[in-house]
Design a binder for this molecule. Structure first.
Ligand SMILES: [Zn+2]
Length: 310
């Protein structure tokens, strides 16, 4: 009976693990008070950082994680407040920021996003990793019920919340969410503190837009502003933004200079324009400098051929 062997020969504990729901569905998110009335929900394991503004007018949420952490997002919100969830703002279209939309909509929340986020949801999604891998189209209930072009302002719970479209950076639908009274900025994935920025060319992202949008965040931030990154532990501030702005601008300038000298992409990669930053920013196997540099190279006018003809 060889055909049964691989499955039934596994140790019982492992079999139970394989048959159970993903562990992450059981996991709780950490609730972190940021400043004023704003909180963030975070997990080390996966997904984007969630912003939460509770209050008597109803809760406003910024991004809602991957689908299998949607229940964990809801539990995290409920540890902060039992008021109705009124609005969810998506900072962009990626699945680790919209994954709880359907569950939030079922709680009565209105999903809000920039128009390009909605437009991208009218077909299959793509993600920047894995060479632009396709993902299923989000269900209609997961798509924004309200969209905006340039900006939208929310006034609730004694807070003014400014949501505005930034230059095409991580994607072409990126929005910043600024809580004016609490002085907290949620940047979405335009800004992250755990690795090199992802420029999602499949969803309209650009390096120049990333620099411009990061500069916008620096200009907006004051000495007391707290900044929630799209990914990365905890929150940061204007200095955290400046560190990344300096890094991305320097790397872009180096690649541009190398293109100006006529280097081919393989020569640029060999020259290591990020080498002094790699220890801090390299990140993961699925996104590192070898993913970022070719995007910059193409954008600053590098030769279309990626490998030099020998
Ligand atoms: Zn993203």
């Amino acid at each position: 009976m060889r055909t049964l062997a691989p499955w039934f020969s596994r140790p019982p504990a492992l079999l139970a693990l394989l048959l159970s729901a993903p562990l992450s569905a059981q996991q709780d998110l950490e609730v972190i008070p940021v400043q004023g009335n704003v909180y963030m929900l975070q997990t080390a394991a996966a997904g984007g950082n969630v912003g939460v503004l509770p209050g008597p007018d109803g809760i406003l949420v910024v991004d809602d994680q991957v689908p299998n952490l949607a229940e964990a997002v809801l539990r995290g919100i409920r540890r902060i407040s039992d008021e109705p969830i009124r609005f969810v703002i998506n900072t962009h279209v990626h699945i680790d920021h919209i994954g709880g939309n359907q569950l939030m909509a079922r709680q009565g929340a209105t999903i809000v996003a920039q128009e390009n986020v909605h437009r991208r949801m009218l077909t299959r999604l793509r993600i920047p990793r894995g060479g632009g891998r396709f993902m299923p189209q989000p269900a209609e209930a997961a798509r924004p019920m309200v969209t905006f072009d340039r900006q939208a302002t929310f006034r609730l719970n004694g807070e003014e919340v400014q949501v505005f479209h930034v230059p095409p950076a991580h994607t072409d639908g990126d929005a910043f969410v600024y809580f004016v009274d609490s002085d907290v900025l949620h940047t979405g994935d335009v800004f992250r503190t755990n690795m090199y920025p992802i420029i999602d060319v499949y969803n309209g992202g650009t390096m120049q837009g990333l620099i411009d949008a990061t500069q916008l965040a620096v200009d907006l931030a004051g000495p007391n502003t707290k900044v929630i990154p799209g990914h990365g532990f905890g929150f940061t501030d204007r200095d955290g933004l400046l560190e990344v702005l300096e890094m991305i601008t320097t790397v872009r300038d180096r690649v541009r200079d190398m293109v100006g000298e006529g280097l081919w992409l393989d020569e640029v990669l060999e020259a290591g324009p990020t080498s002094d930053y790699d220890a801090r920013w390299r990140g993961t196997e699925s996104w590192n400098e070898r993913d970022l540099i070719p995007i910059i190279y193409a954008e600053v006018g590098g030769a279309a051929e990626t490998i030099r003809a020998n």
